[in-house]
Design a protein. Sequence first.
Length: 190
Amino acid sequence: MKATGIVRRIDELGRVVIPKEIRRTLRIREGDALEIYTDREGGVILKKYSLVGELGDFAKEYAESLQRTVGHIAVICDKDAVVACASPMKKDCAAASPLAPERPIGDELEAAISGRKAVTRTAGAALIPLTRADDGKQGFTAQLIVPIIASGDPIGAVILLSREPNAAFSAADMKVAETAAAFLGRQLEN
């Protein structure tokens, strides 16, 4: 564990305030769920809880099925990080790639998810950077972002990407992505 040098007292209700600087750095917002762990030395560890992240292997398999079905790169993310990525080119989802699982998403993508509406961009329009590490040099020519809604809250997104010149997503691609997002949302409500 890394010491911050910040000390806080627990109040009479057992609450402790997480300093604003740490909340901002870790993207912890009011209403976010935190998971509590303890270590063997008596330490307490707080970790941001992600419903979509709980899907783990299922999300990876689902992204792979999407990719095989539509033929485009498929990414599943929560409101903080990429959860799963599937592409015919292994380098797209490799650890060094901006699309690698656990990469923090960018602010524009987070805003698109919070907007609750599907977003389609093609080569004529500027694409939304997906992660903080995305420098826009990934060579994508089109993107489709469909928010995952669970219990009325936007919690992530299903994203399709293309590298084909003059690519545009068909109505069938849109329907598949919307169905995938709705399915994942329903799974997370149960």
